[in-house]
Write a protein that binds this ligand. Structure first.
Ligand SMILES: *Cc1c(COP(=O)(O)O)cnc(C)c1O
Length: 345
């Protein structure tokens, strides 16, 4: 077999949910947008529902299809992009809750699905999605009469606890919503870690469920095993891979493994990244190709059949650091050629 093997630990995703939910005043929802950060929204949502999650968030209405099928009719699925043109049938048929972002969306929703549940998204300074103070003031009384299920906003800098933006947005959110008898939500993973002032009635963790920073005590969720196709000896001065970027300083054993940038292994991470053969870290040598990577297995005692790029020691954030990006991007880039397994590892 020549494809990588991606193990996704549903028990650890459930444990991460449990830990975050317990840390919250109020309760935690589960953010399962982008196919649950690339890990499989159907499997992840079903596992989290068994753990007691009652509310799920997606970015776009279409993403809710497999999730609704996995969850059955009752649990809440909310849509961050709100009620977009063309979404009405999906919102009705899948019983979704759009997080209305603008007066335009509010009108669209009220006209198309007058009795259908919805939530409101407010912009408290990120300038990405949601109504700003003046817009909100203009429609607030009307909205309250329509009975929104939730009022939410999103923090721009919650991964940095010392950033003054956090308190500024908290203040703005309170100014826009204090005294209203509607459940409120402000915090994603980073916001939960900022403490109870940020929790309100519902939190919206995503990355923390999947083992990523800023939830430093998260249990690791993904293990990626990549088969070795061939092992060769190279002499001092021989090169490996495209453009001869690496040259053997002494005689080395080089394994060629069956994955590459087409599987989401970001080319830029190559020079700083190792794979593991058991406990032995083996540096990537030469350029990462589309489907193949060279690794130096000189220090490994017996020829490995496969190596690990992701495991309990080396997580998505380590790879992200080596590639100059964030764990979110490493996760959501994980390839579709891998065999996927949702076992206990
Ligand atoms: C993606 C997203 C979340 C989840 O954020 P994490 O940092 O992954 O916990 C929560 N709320 C909104 C609005 C989002 O876009």
């Amino acid at each position: 077999m020549s494809t990588g093997y991606l193990s996704i630990s549903l028990p650890n995703i459930r444990a991460n949910f449990r830990a975050l939910n317990t840390a919250c005043q109020g309760r935690a929802a589960a953010v399962v947008k982008a196919d649950a950060y690339g890990l499989g929204s159907k499997q992840v949502a079903a596992a989290l529902a068994r753990e007691g999650a009652k509310t799920f968030f997606v970015a776009a209405a279409e993403e809710a299809r497999p999730i609704r099928a996995a969850l059955g009719p009752d649990l809440e699925i909310c849509v961050f992009s709100g009620h977009m043109e063309g979404d009405t049938d999906l919102i009705r048929d899948l019983n979704l809750i759009p997080m209305i972002n603008s007066v335009d969306q509010l009108i669209r929703h009220a006209e198309a699905l007058p009795q259908h549940p919805f939530g409101i998204q407010l912009d408290t300074g990120m300038n990405r999605l949601g109504m700003e103070m003046s817009e909100w003031q203009a429609v607030r009384d009307l909205v309250l009469r329509m009975g929104p299920r939730l009022i939410m906003s999103h923090l721009a800098c919650a991964d940095d606890p010392d950033h003054p933006m956090n308190e500024k947005q908290l203040h703005e959110f309170r100014a826009m919503t204090d005294g209203l008898s509607v459940p409120r939500s402000l915090a994603a993973t980073g916001g939960i870690l900022l403490g109870p002032d940020y929790h309100f009635d519902l939190t919206r963790p995503g990355i923390g469920l999947y083992g990523g920073l800023p939830f430093a005590s998260a249990k690791p969720v993904v293990t990626l095993d990549i088969p070795v196709i061939q092992i060769r000896e190279v002499d001092t001065g021989e090169s490996v891979g495209y453009s001869n970027t690496w040259m053997a300083p002494t005689p080395r054993r080089i394994a060629t493994i069956a994955a590459g940038y087409a599987d989401g292994i970001i080319r830029a991470m190559g020079p700083k990244t190792r794979v593991f053969a058991g406990d032995v870290g083996c540096p990537i040598v030469g350029r990462i190709s589309m489907d193949l990577i060279g690794v130096d297995v000189t220090l490994v005692k017996s020829d490995p059949k496969s190596v690990q790029l992701l495991n309990g020691t080396q997580g998505v954030d380590t790879l992200a650091e080596a590639a100059g990006t964030i764990g979110y991007e490493v996760l959501t880039s994980l390839g579709h050629r891998y065999q996927r397994n949702y076992g206990l590892r």
